[in-house]
Design a protein around this ligand. Structure first.
Ligand code: SF4
Ligand code: SF4
Length: 326
């Protein structure tokens, strides 16, 4: 796989600082039942890296100490980590709102059939990938048969009250197929709702549009097709400074499967430690920071590590794990 890292280091992206920490986004590992083309974490059924029980305990300690409102679980398929249910239960008992970033197809996998009802019982918010409401587009991006399984997964969530009971939020994620920015979230959401309702009887709450990042598997595809420069030009020419205030890295800390901290999920994939200045990166002084070393530290006002991929968050209407920014 080709790597875009060196092409992204030099940047003129504006310096940004942290605000109050609200969300801990935790990657429970790179094991996944799928292997999607656009995946920025290179997850697959072959990956062995998953968070241990000891690190899950560190995460719970961090949530408590920092009084964090939201725990956002991602992967891979987070549900495939054996500690998933225990972490969800303990966090919800602490009053933390839990989000599960679910690929839908895992809900149908052998051994995971009870996951949908478990999520509902614990009132976990589900954020599910659904890059299109058309079968060909989904299967081209996420693998043959993924569309049908995703529809089955959505039906299962609806049967458990998701998208219907207001306490059971079901939000879908759209990302573009090629080298273009997502269309307007406000325009796309009603179209998704109409199509999924009419064709499959499926209900959901919100649609989040997310811009593809020029890193990892998608970055490699851009390089292989000779489209990297064109895509970066698109991101930079679509820069909107109104998006800076809402950047997710200002209120979120991302944690990898070993407990190391990053300013966002994308920086985690680039192994760009939290608060790192580009100068430190170039001088080879970059050190990984564990969440246990941040327990006493107030992150508010601290630097955020930026590189050129950050333009993916400020292009057009902006992009974050919670969708468009403006
Ligand atoms: S389902 Fe998600 S984590 Fe798994 S390979 Fe696809 S994009 Fe990556
Ligand atoms: S990639 Fe986006 S979320 Fe991550 S540090 Fe850059 S601007 Fe912030």
């Amino acid at each position: 796989m080709k790597n875009t890292f060196d092409l992204l280091i030099e940047t003129d992206f504006p310096k940004i600082k942290r605000a109050q920490l609200e969300t801990l986004q935790v990657n429970l590992g790179y094991l996944c039942n799928q292997q999607c083309l656009h995946c920025h974490v290179d997850a697959s059924p072959r990956r062995k890296e998953i968070m241990s029980a000891e690190t899950v305990s560190d995460v719970l300690g961090f949530l408590k100490r920092k009084n964090i409102e939201t725990l956002d679980l991602t992967g891979g398929a987070p549900e495939m980590n054996p500690e998933f249910c225990s972490l969800v239960k303990q966090a919800t008992d602490m009053g933390v709102h839990v989000i599960d970033r679910c690929n839908l197809t895992v809900l149908l996998e052998k051994g995971y059939e009870d996951t949908a009802s478990f999520l509902a019982e614990n009132k976990v918010e589900v954020v599910a990938s659904m890059p299109c409401y058309l079968e060909d587009n989904v299967d081209a991006q996420r693998g043959k048969g993924v569309f049908d399984s995703s529809i089955e997964g959505l039906k299962l969530l609806n049967q458990n009250g998701y998208g219907i009971d207001e306490q059971l939020q079901l939000n879908l994620v759209y990302n573009p197929q090629g080298i273009n920015l997502p269309p307007s979230q406000n325009v796309l959401e009603p179209a998704y709702k109409k199509e999924l309702k009419q064709r499959f009887g499926i209900a959901f709450n919100n649609l989040y549009t997310i811009t593809n990042m020029p890193i990892k598997r998608f970055g490699s595809t851009l390089l292989s097709k000779g489209l990297f420069d064109e895509y970066m030009q698109l991101l930079k020419s679509s820069y909107s400074k109104e998006n800076l205030a809402g950047l997710m890295c200002r209120t979120t800390l991302s944690v990898d499967w070993q407990g190391y901290a990053y300013d966002c999920d994308f920086n985690q994939m680039l192994v760009l430690p939290a608060g790192l200045a580009v100068a430190e990166l170039s001088s080879g002084a970059a050190k990984q920071i564990h969440i246990n070393d941040l327990l006493q530290r107030d992150l508010k006002g601290g630097d955020i590590a930026i590189m050129d991929h950050c333009y993916g968050c400020t292009a057009g209407n902006g992009s974050s794990c919670g969708g468009a920014l403006i």
